[in-house]
Design a protein around this ligand. Structure first.
Ligand SMILES: Cc1cc2nc3c(=O)[nH]c(=O)nc-3n(C[C@H](O)[C@H](O)[C@H](O)COP(=O)(O)O)c2cc1C
Length: 168
């Protein structure tokens, strides 16, 4: 698969098979995430895969995203930033943690797609509820929840702005 085909193949999957992910595939994805670039190479990120092996934690994480489809996902990767580790631009104090996380998370999604798996970015979870019910290590802030698994639906046609609108 060339890179454009990979970009076409990645989509937001909201229906998954109840099938475990092979360890080698997860290891491959983990390494692709680890190799992501970040501002001043600070790598201000941490990731935790949560699934039925930790049923109470898994249930709590799913509770923070108020959509029915999340109940049937086989696993969720918690993607967290560590603000104290990130690079901040001194001219305007802009933290680059969210940018760094976005790059690493998209590495995750593309690597998963290449391995025949599917993912979906989920940022619309209830952050206040998350802080109330999901134990987080000190200094970490969840940026996205990424369900991951074998897809049980089909790739939908891509809806995107026209080339001329995007590239000016
Ligand atoms: C930063 C970000 C946050 C997103 N949050 C959600 C979300 O909370 N729930 C959801 O169902 N999809 C979410 N999405 C998926 C987008 O809706 C999806 O990427 C977009 O509609 C394009 O569709 P595609 O991913 O299938 O190409 C998010 C995507 C991004 C990049």
């Amino acid at each position: 698969m060339n890179f454009k085909d990979l970009c076409q193949a990645r989509y937001s999957c909201r229906k998954y098979q109840n099938r475990p992910i092979e360890q080698e595939k997860m290891d491959y994805i983990r390494e692709c995430v680890r190799l992501a670039p970040s501002a001043v190479n600070r790598q201000p990120w941490r990731f935790i895969l949560v699934d039925e092996s930790q049923p109470e934690l898994f249930a709590r994480v799913k509770e923070t995203y108020h959509r029915d489809w999340i109940n049937d996902v086989p696993a969720i990767i918690l993607c967290m930033k560590v603000e104290s580790e990130c690079w901040t631009r001194r001219y305007d104090n802009k933290s680059h943690a969210d940018i760094d996380l976005a790059i690493a998370i998209e590495h995750l999604c593309l690597a998963a797609t290449e391995q025949g798996l599917a993912t979906c970015w989920v940022c619309n979870f209830d952050i206040n509820q998350f802080h109330d019910i999901v134990p987080m290590p000190e200094g970490m802030e969840p940026v996205a929840l990424i369900p991951i698994g074998y897809p049980a639906d089909e790739l939908a046609p891509k809806v995107r702005k026209a080339m001329e609108e995007v590239w000016q």
